[in-house]
Design a protein. Sequence first.
Length: 308
Amino acid sequence: MIRTENLTKRFGPTVAVKELHLSVREGTIFGLVGPNGAGKTTTLAMLATLLRPSAGRAIVGGYDVATQPDRVRRIVGYSPDHFGFADDLKVTEYLDFYGACYGMGRAERARRIPDVLERVGLAEKADAYVDRLSRGMKQRLGLARCLLHDPAVLILDEPASGLDPGTRVQFRALLKSLRDEGKTILISSHILLELADLCDEVGIMAGGTLVAAGSIAEMLARASGEQRLHIELLEGVTEAAAWLAARDGVKRVEREGRTLTVAFDGDEAHQAALLQAMVSAGFRVLCFQPAVRTLEEVFLSVTGEGKR
């Protein structure tokens, strides 16, 4: 549904996006993450036809963003990370204005506006003035605006910003239901844990290019480097730490109470051998398990942020 080939955007001597190759399958939620300045917002703006690429191609729903922008706009709902509201308008007036911009007729606007407000949880705010809304409510109003013309593709830049925890849960459920209806969703966020729960696939950007992409499971599996083991002992923790530190493949041993966290360079077979050796050496092991990799670790690993 979304495909880029060598997509590049320059602002004078600055290259914000460099030869980006991105692929988002139809009917999926794709999360785009990366540090500030990675090129995420610029990428989304190009896909939404708000910025013209300097080089390369971007195809959305079969249409080229550079040569067929009007076609793209008909099938895309775009929510930027920051955008202004007409504060002297009521919520329904605001949506009616944008519905007209989308080319929707008066009757269609009158039918769709109550539906989208109900869907984003703002039905009771239909007659409220926009400037009276909380930040989180404004974020939901922005999503309502995106949904107004029933687009096939949603491009959302930091859409959960300003939402309280309870509303975030509702927001994730809404996006999942939209995906289940067949919509394709490209979402940018710094809230990595929420992306892990929400997205079918994730891409990590750094320096204007995509440095890693795949399903959550694939991203976690590709995290290279040391494996951490959590080992809890009944007794003899100090002796066990010294014993482990002298073993091949052990890079580091840290202690917290009766639990040792071991940085270990070895696969599952080596882990089993280590456990067997510990028991044979007389250590009374209560728990021996690998630490679960997190999406944050993958992010820090592939972007190099963890070394700064």
